[in-house]
Write a protein that binds this ligand. Structure first.
Ligand SMILES: [Zn+2]
Length: 145
């Protein structure tokens, strides 16, 4: 009943809405990037290599979890050498990639991608004090009269 207790899994609970519905979905194999225009007007851009790193399939999750517990890393494939070779929609809710190393079990739910987009959002260099102009003074030089 309490809303906003935990925010981190709220995207799983949300009903289908415009913020998780792609209006336009482009996979540029030459750039190895995914571009999404969401129906609510937001745009997302992902490097496919980054998506591979957060691949939600059981195999990759297990691999990442075991890496967390064990400092020894055995890299199965050179991550820079793995490319997406094709992609397909899974129903209306997800996209699935075929990787050059044969991996294809990762299904990227649009809610997951939108969540990633929001997680990666802070890219501005602006300080968060931006909303309060003048407050606190910016640097000790008094304005010349
Ligand atoms: Zn995977």
């Amino acid at each position: 009943m309490a809303m906003g207790e935990r925010d981190d899994r709220s995207y799983f609970d949300k009903p289908h809405d415009d913020s998780v519905t792609p209006a336009d979905l482009k996979v540029k194999l030459s750039e190895q990037r995914l571009y999404i225009d969401w129906k609510d007007g937001a745009r997302s851009e992902f490097a496919l290599a980054e998506l591979r790193r957060v691949c939600p399939c059981a195999t990759c999750r297990t691999e990442r979890e075991s890496q967390g517990a064990n400092p020894l890393r055995i890299l199965r494939a050179d991550p820079t050498g793995v490319r997406v070779v094709s992609a397909q929609l899974v129903g209306t809710y997800a996209i699935q990639f075929q990787w050059s190393d044969g991996h294809n079990t990762g299904i990227f739910d649009f809610r997951f991608l939108r969540h990633l987009h929001q997680a990666a959002e802070p890219k501005g260099v602006e300080s968060r004090g931006q909303g309060a102009p003048g407050a606190g003074g910016a640097g000790g030089h008094p304005p010349t009269p």
